[in-house]
Ligand binder design. Structure first.
Ligand SMILES: Cc1cc2nc3c(=O)[nH]c(=O)nc-3n(C[C@H](O)[C@H](O)[C@H](O)COP(=O)(O)OP(=O)(O)OC[C@H]3O[C@@H](n4cnc5c(N)ncnc54)[C@H](O)[C@@H]3O)c2cc1C
Length: 418
């Protein structure tokens, strides 16, 4: 079977999106729709011509596939408008191709915000952000980005549109907005979403703390969460990571904890004080404020220092298991003779995420296929960690059933999540 799009398919795509908004390239054809209606027509066209449809946001991530059918790459970036903003109900309705950063900037000008999400996680399109559930878009104060979704509109593989109801406390069966979030473009193409937004905080307070060990820092975070502290962001560094990220020296086992609390000044101060008492109970003390300022500048992209290399291991654990998991990584790295450094963040009441950078003898990061890295992952899993991005094999059958029901010809993103 020819893998190139046939002339009849190309002619139909051109009619749908217009001359300047399509370009054939080998077995792909790039199509830039400007509306949900055009996305729907492209889905019908793909099914008719036995082509596949691959939604593309900012193109940060593509999955190779051995599917030989012609591909229509659906570039969503022309769909970048805010359709409606209700500052009374604090709701925004935006198209899927707008980036999180642009949306945040538009909201900020009106005294509003999507929530306390790190800007580095918001460069992607709204559709991409909602389609891939990564922990980067979460805070204890505002939850995950998916939590802010009040409703989504999507186009299914046969061109039909689906709109989940935007209503408070809708008691209406399974939540299809939740099903679409994280489905990586395999169940439907998100064309727009209604999101809950927040008032920009009146105050933001930054504080740094020193604790005797990482274990004590995990305990302090757990205690603070138990007291209902809701920081906008919080991070723990081990000694090597504190030096790498902040140029800050620590004693041998010492850990640094930095926290940002935000909101009305009295609430922000209350959250900060809850964290300070938890630190004190964990044997720690207040550190210099400039450490927290340096962290915040780095987090918000205002630091002059280059970003450190990305970690090669991201794992999550419950509040109780974060300490034992970190200890298991320490022991395994020592046994394997590799260097590592780590920080932990994305804390909420369910736990947090450890970001670990492991290097071999020459200082180069271990590759994902390195047996040593795999041994560290196994040790972490045995100690109670969850590897981020690792599919839950026992649920695959059910997600396949859902997918086969919604997309029986496997038109949408055939190489993804299989
Ligand atoms: C499996 C996976 C794990 C990742 N892990 C991390 C991580 O740990 N940390 C991190 O910072 N980033 C991570 N990313 C990067 C991720 O690319 C971004 O977080 C963001 O979600 C991508 O947005 P984008 O606009 O660049 O979309 P793209 O990279 O273009 O697309 C991402 C996926 O979403 C689909 N998609 C895009 N737009 C839509 C839409 N409108 N409707 C339906 N589907 C759509 C695409 O087909 C593709 O499968 C990960 C990405 C993937 C796919």
């Amino acid at each position: 079977m020819s893998t190139k799009p046939r002339p009849a398919l190309l002619a139909e795509i051109k009619t749908i999106v217009g001359e300047g908004n399509f370009s054939p390239e080998g077995r792909h054809c790039h199509a830039n729709p400007s509306s949900a209606s055009e996305v729907s027509q492209l889905a019908i066209c793909a099914a008719k011509h036995q082509a596949t449809l691959i939604p593309v946001g900012n193109g940060g991530h593509s999955t190779p596939t051995d599917d030989l059918r012609p591909q229509i790459l659906l570039n969503m970036r022309r769909m970048h408008h805010v359709l409606y903003l209700d500052p009374t109900s604090l709701v925004v309705h935006a198209q899927a191709g707008i980036t999180g950063l642009v949306l945040e900037e538009l909201l900020n000008r009106r005294g509003l915000t999507l929530g306390t999400f790190a800007p580095e996680g918001l460069g992607s399109t709204l559709g991409g952000l909602l389609s891939v559930r990564t922990p980067g878009k979460s805070s204890r104060q505002h939850g995950t980005l998916e939590d802010t979704v009040l409703g989504v509109s999507a186009v299914l593989s046969d061109g039909r549109s689906l709109h989940t109801r935007v209503a408070p406390r809708r008691a209406s069966g399974p939540d299809f907005a939740r099903v679409l979030c994280g489905s990586e473009g395999t169940l439907g193409i998100i064309t727009s979403a209604h999101l809950r937004v927040h008032k920009l905080p009146e105050s933001r307070l930054l504080a740094a703390f020193r604790l005797p060990s990482m274990g004590d820092a995990f305990t302090a975070v757990r205690l603070a969460m138990r007291e209902e502290a809701a920081p906008a962001a919080m991070r723990i560094y081990d000694r090597a990571e504190a030096m790498m990220h902040l140029g800050e020296a620590c004693q041998r086992d010492e850990a640094l904890l930095v926290a940002a609390t935000a909101g009305p000044t009295s609430l922000a101060a209350c959250d900060r004080d809850l964290i300070a008492s938890a630190v004190s109970a964990g044997g720690g003390k207040r550190g210099r404020d400039d450490i927290a300022v340096a962290w915040w500048e780095r987090r918000t992209g205002k630091s002059e220092h280059a970003a450190p290399p990305a970690p090669n291991l991201q794992i999550s654990a419950t509040p109780r298991m974060l300490g034992p998991v970190y200890d298991a990584i320490v022991v395994t790295c020592e046994e394997l003779g590799v260097h590592f450094r780590a920080h932990a963040s994305r804390f909420d009441r369910d736990g947090g995420v450890l970001f670990v950078s492991v290097q071999g003898a020459q200082g180069a990061p271990l590759s994902a296929k390195s047996p040593k890295l795999q041994a560290i992952e196994e040790a972490a899993e045995s100690a109670g960690a969850y590897l981020l991005g690792k599919p839950n094999a026992s649920l695959q059958r059910y997600s396949d059933l859902l997918r086969d029901g919604l997309d029986p010809s496997s038109v949408l993103n055939p190489g993804v999540l299989r």
